[in-house]
Ligand binder design. Sequence first.
Ligand SMILES: C[S@@+](CC[C@H](N)C(=O)[O-])C[C@H]1O[C@@H](n2cnc3c(N)ncnc32)[C@H](O)[C@@H]1O
Length: 258
Amino acid sequence: MPAPRSHSSRRGSSIRTTITGHGCSSPVSALATPAMTHAYVGRLFDQYAARYDTALTENLAYRGPALLRGAVGAVMDAAGRPIRFGSMLDLGCGTGLAGAVFRPLVVDRLVGVDLSIAMIAQAGNKEIYDLLVPRDVENYLADQIIDQRAYDLVIAADVFVYVSDLKPIIASVANVLTPDGLFAFTVETHPGDGVNLLPTLRYAHGQAYVRAALTDAGLAVAHLANAAVRSEKGVPVDSLVVVARKSARRRAPTGPNT
Ligand SMILES: C[S@@+](CC[C@H](N)C(=O)[O-])C[C@H]1O[C@@H](n2cnc3c(N)ncnc32)[C@H](O)[C@@H]1O
């Protein structure tokens, strides 16, 4: 697919904060990994939407949804729980490739969110979502927290390659998961720490960084495995398939009397 040519922060200038992985020996400056604008990513996928399914499955050997389905199934099997979810939120749902794989597991409500209107339109044609929201996931999650919405399963298949700093999103996801709820996602990865912007202009997140982001959000790693989510020019892309679990116990309320 076409690669982005330039990046800027959402305010239009480079970000100067520092991202550090858990136990990083050297911090990775986010100046080297600036955020992509929502407008840019939306335009990119609006242009790509009509040929996305064919390009991903036939040309790029994309198997993110299948890998996530296998990982979620393994986690539920290991816990002795049925592989069924009352509600599911599909972050960066795109044309619904992952939604189609997970729909049979969702009993009640499947919600998809994506900032590309054309990708959302393609997902709508599949008639698998109960609700499709044309929105960026960061602001959608913030609103879901305010509205006290909760989901039994949240997934993000091949979305975090467009997000440099995962920590705020993972923290938000933790706040919209039901007790014992699962968060399943893929990232492209690299052998070092922190976040790298690859020559393909997709972000790669180191394993220690991902683990630290989950721990900071209060989520436990239930599954983390190396895999190839897709290929790039015929070469498998180093990726991680991750399933994290929210504690079954609700946090004790904090306040002046506790
Ligand atoms: C490579 S596609 C993956 C689509 C789908 N999850 C799948 O498995 O086929 C990445 C999608 O994430 C969306 N996306 C990227 N960043 C986003 C953000 N911050 N908020 C909402 N959607 C985002 C893009 O618009 C695009 O549709």
